[in-house]
Design a protein around this ligand. Sequence first.
Ligand SMILES: [Fe+2]
Length: 175
Amino acid sequence: MAYGLQEFCGDASAILKGEGSIHSRLDAVAAKLSGLLRNDAFVKATFSADTPAGKRELYHDPDLDYYVLAHVQEGGKRGTPHSHGASWAIYGNINGATRMREYVRTNPESEDGAVLKKSAEYDLRGGDTKAYGPGFIHSTEHPETCWVIRVTGTDLDQIERFRFRKLKDKVLEEA
Ligand SMILES: [Fe+2]
């Protein structure tokens, strides 16, 4: 049987409730997500060429509070650096690419403006997934329109997290 949304959510719940560090559990969920992204029946049931840009909730776990979200990302857009606060997120591409940039903060948290240095840059393409743990700063860019599944540890819009402020924060692109 193909690996569908129900199987993925069952596995994700079991892994998240299991043993091991949060990072090893998130990596294990990310590996399972790759299987879901490669399931043509799931992709067909979730997206079509005329699905509008934006986000839809596919699943919310009432116990663990994680969400599985389907995004149509519009091409030519680049987001600002952010973290997921005390929560986490796993990104996975079905098609196209998410250009991911990772950053480290180079000055103390006690200083008002954040100075970020880019530490990595790579593309997530069809079937690729990656987990970003609590506090991890990154940004996304979508050179062309693409379909993305994102799993988040909670409703990220409701928690305090790092968001880039154009007037106060800055990015040193390379070391
Ligand atoms: Fe993110």
